[in-house]
Design a protein around this ligand. Structure first.
Ligand SMILES: CC(=O)N[C@H](C=O)[C@@H](O)[C@H](O)[C@H](O)CO
Ligand SMILES: CC(=O)C(=O)O
Length: 320
């Protein structure tokens, strides 16, 4: 059965897909990337080929290669590797789900198909069920991200009766700001031991109060250590320290959001902080500007997110 492992919990980094300067996927840095997450950020779970990983901009064969590399390099180092297998084509999604099972991933996640869209909960559940059935031994997570998919079916509504339809259903990755919907998912379904994974990093503390059991996000690639400190403060009921950590994280996110923040900027920031070259994004995304990178770097330094020790490994010609 699908419950080999303990529940997915704590921080989950939504991995970036490293690319070469020519725009090909760059598998060669994934080993280092895993070590960096574990050793420097204390992050032991990853979410591969999602939004941050430009999963929907990759070919199916690239997605397979990446999934394999992450699973291989994460073995005995990471707790869980969840592969996002959502696609517009049910067939492709099923192929990726089956592949995730074959390579030994720990779970799969799926977004709502977003071009020809499900009209209602019934349509969406039917699609998700067919994908989940292609990997009957893997925990299945619904990836709720209505702002990007345009599919606005509330998570709480979707969860009603879902386990009867999808026996491997294990939780929701909730990337929305509607804390009423999120809270009601927790309130109504927590006795089922689902994972309630929050996906808005700048609001994680509020979601913890609502009962989040973990978090999946892009910023845990480089603010994982800081966010772990917030989780620890929250655990020991030191809300004042937890809030200090959240505000510090917010100061950074607020700063970059005002400059224009997305996957391209995440790639540039991760290159700065980790020293591992993430490369450019793939079209239609464009590289982050030099101006953005310089400003983000100054902000990271002023908030103490970029130590001089981190700076010595290069890729930082522009730094002083
Ligand atoms: C839309 C998007 O990419 N959301 C990410 C994950 O769900 C988050 O990790 C955000 O990047 C983060 O919360 C910053 O806004
Ligand atoms: C943030 C997230 O979960 C994703 O990149 O898919």
């Amino acid at each position: 059965m699908a419950s080999r492992k303990k529940n997915l919990q704590g921080l989950v980094a939504a991995t970036i897909t490293p690319m070469t300067e020519h725009g090909e996927i760059n598998l060669s840095v994934i080993g280092q990337y895993v070590d960096y997450l574990v050793d420097k950020q204390r992050v032991k779970n990853i979410f591969v080929n999602g939004t941050t990983g430009e999963g929907l901009s990759l070919s199916i064969s690239e997605r397979r290669l990446l999934a394999e590399e992450w699973v291989t390099k994460g073995r005995n180092k990471l707790d869980q590797v969840v592969i996002h297998v959502g696609a517009l084509s049910l067939k492709e999604s099923q192929e990726l789900a089956q592949h995730a099972a074959e390579i030994g991933a720990d779970g799969i996640a799926v977004i709502a198909p977003f071009f020809l869209k499900p009209r209602d909960k019934g349509d969406l559940t039917a699609f998700l069920r067919e994908v989940a059935a292609a990997a009957p031994a893997l925990p299945f997570y619904y990836y709720h991200i209505p702002a990007l998919t345009g599919v606005k079916i509330r998570a709480e509504e979707l969860l009603d009766g879902i386990q009867e339809q999808i026996p491997t259903f294990r939780g929701v990755k909730f990337s929305d700001m509607d804390l009423l919907d999120f809270g009601q998912c927790v309130d109504q379904y927590r006795q089922r031991q689902f994972a309630f994974l929050f996906g808005v990093d700048e609001q994680l503390l509020s979601a913890l109060v609502m009962g989040a059991t973990g978090a999946v996000g892009s910023t845990y690639n480089y603010l994982g250590q800081k966010t772990n400190q917030m989780l620890e403060a929250y655990e020991r009921k030191d809300l004042s320290s937890a809030l200090d950590h959240q505000f510090c994280i917010q100061r950074f996110i607020n700063f970059v959001v005002k400059l224009g923040f997305g996957v391209s900027q995440t790639k540039a920031i991760m290159t700065l902080v980790s020293g591992i070259p993430m490369g450019p994004p793939r079209l239609p995304l464009q590289r982050a500007s030099k101006e953005f990178i310089d400003k983000a770097e100054a902000k990271l330094k002023s908030l103490g997110f970029l130590s001089f020790r981190d700076l010595k490994n290069g890729n930082l010609e522009t730094s002083t």
